[in-house]
Unconditional design. Structure first.
Length: 157
């Protein structure tokens, strides 16, 4: 029986596509991808999970109103008394701390939940924080620049 080149190519293409979709090829690609992650990174992730007992992602929602913006934050497993809000060099940070013992000394380690610069149209002196229904609410009131700033500039001649 005579084999034509088209039949040969279509068979090999079919075999290649079939092999790409088979489990062994998927496993080989996954193993190759896993090798790209450094062992140091994996070890540091494991250490953080061990120290912190695993990490739960914070739920955060940003809502814009006409005269202010609200950030709603809830961190599973973290009590209200442990969440902290700070403004430092025009950066708003929401974080909590947990204690770790190292060589017999207790160290307080921060876990940052939100860390962003305060926009120019927010009055940083009037930022407040409170609790509502188990959520930390950070209110960012707008200043007069929120409406925009416009004036004519005279040209000296």
């Amino acid at each position: 029986m005579e084999t034509r080149l088209d039949d040969f190519l279509s068979f090999n293409l079919f075999w290649y596509v079939d092999c790409l979709s088979c489990d062994c090829a998927k496993e080989a690609r996954a193993m190759k991808a896993r090798k790209l992650i450094s062992n140091e990174l994996l070890a540091s992730i494991d250490v953080l999970n061990t120290l912190n007992g695993g990490v739960s992602e914070a739920r955060m929602k940003l809502k814009q109103f006409q005269d202010h913006r609200k950030i709603r934050v809830k961190v599973p497993g973290v009590g209200q008394e442990n969440l902290k809000v700070e403004i430092h060099d025009n950066i708003l940070s929401v974080f909590y701390t947990f204690q770790v013992q190292s060589d017999g000394v207790w160290i307080e380690v921060p876990k940052v939940v939100y860390n962003k610069s305060i926009p120019y149209f927010v009055d940083a002196t009037r930022i407040t924080a409170s609790y509502e229904e188990g959520f930390l609410i950070v209110t960012l009131p707008f200043n007069e620049l929120a409406e925009g700033y416009h004036r004519k500039v005279s040209i000296e001649r």
